[in-house]
Design a protein around this ligand. Structure first.
Ligand SMILES: C[S@@+](CC[C@H](N)C(=O)[O-])C[C@H]1O[C@@H](n2cnc3c(N)ncnc32)[C@H](O)[C@@H]1O
Length: 206
């Protein structure tokens, strides 16, 4: 899945997600953007749920594959008077020049991307990120707690149907091949929502 089906869900996306947005995601979004500045990319911007948390001194661009999700994001941009440029673009083939951004944030995009899309998407993030830049990826993963894992398994068919998402993506396994260093990996909500902090690998001086 590359995101096209979000056109169908865009109208109800915010309503479906509202209980999780209110109870889980808001504090995590705040943490993600805390220390970021400069040219910032929000990859898979969706309906613009990250807008309230963009740092004041950042110049933000948001991209998404789905025109309908972007339309929602435009409405939210108006409502919140947020300075963000929105563009329709595939994260696997972005139109930005190399080294365009100081920081990149991607919330709940990689759990939507199928296995074969993970590395190309990561390679693109690396390409457009400046050498000392930071990439934050926030994702769901299956819990190791048996009860929580069982509940997530029950949810999985719905999550697959509604969002084209899965809890079993293994984004870390593609980092090395994509030329990214893992700076930090930590859970921000129980053991199911994980933050990966990444940086483009440095060319070795030989
Ligand atoms: C689960 S939503 C998350 C939206 C938002 N980041 C948030 O935190 O609420 C995933 C978003 O990724 C977008 N998407 C999926 N595949 C994409 C791709 N290949 N390139 C760009 N955006 C994509 C979808 O259209 C959707 O808006």
């Amino acid at each position: 899945m590359q995101g096209k089906s979000y056109d169908h869900i865009a109208r109800v996306y915010d309503i479906l997600d509202l209980p999780f947005e209110n109870s889980r995601y808001r504090p995590l979004r705040r943490i993600l953007f805390r220390d970021l500045e400069g040219d910032l990319l929000d990859a898979g911007v969706g309906t613009g749920r990250n807008f309230p948390f963009y740092p004041e001194n950042a110049r933000v661009t948001g991209i998404d594959l789905s025109p309908a999700m972007l339309e929602r994001a435009r409405q939210r941009r108006e409502k919140l008077a947020v300075a963000v440029e929105l563009q329709q673009m595939n994260v696997m083939k972005m139109e930005f020049a190399d080294d365009s951004f100081d920081s990149i944030v991607s919330t709940f995009l990689f759990c939507v991307l199928d296995a074969e899309c993970q590395q190309p998407a990561l390679e693109e993030l690396r390409r457009v990120c400046r050498p000392n830049g930071t990439i934050h990826i926030l994702e769901y993963v299956f819990s190791k707690n048996p009860l929580r894992r069982f509940i997530m398994k029950l949810w999985q068919p719905w999550v697959r149907f509604a969002y084209g998402a899965a809890f079993d993506r293994d984004t870390e396994q593609y980092l090395e091949a994509a030329g990214l260093d893992l700076l930090e990996e930590k859970f921000l909500y129980k053991d199911i929502i994980k933050l990966l902090s990444l940086r483009p690998k440095r060319a070795s001086a030989t």
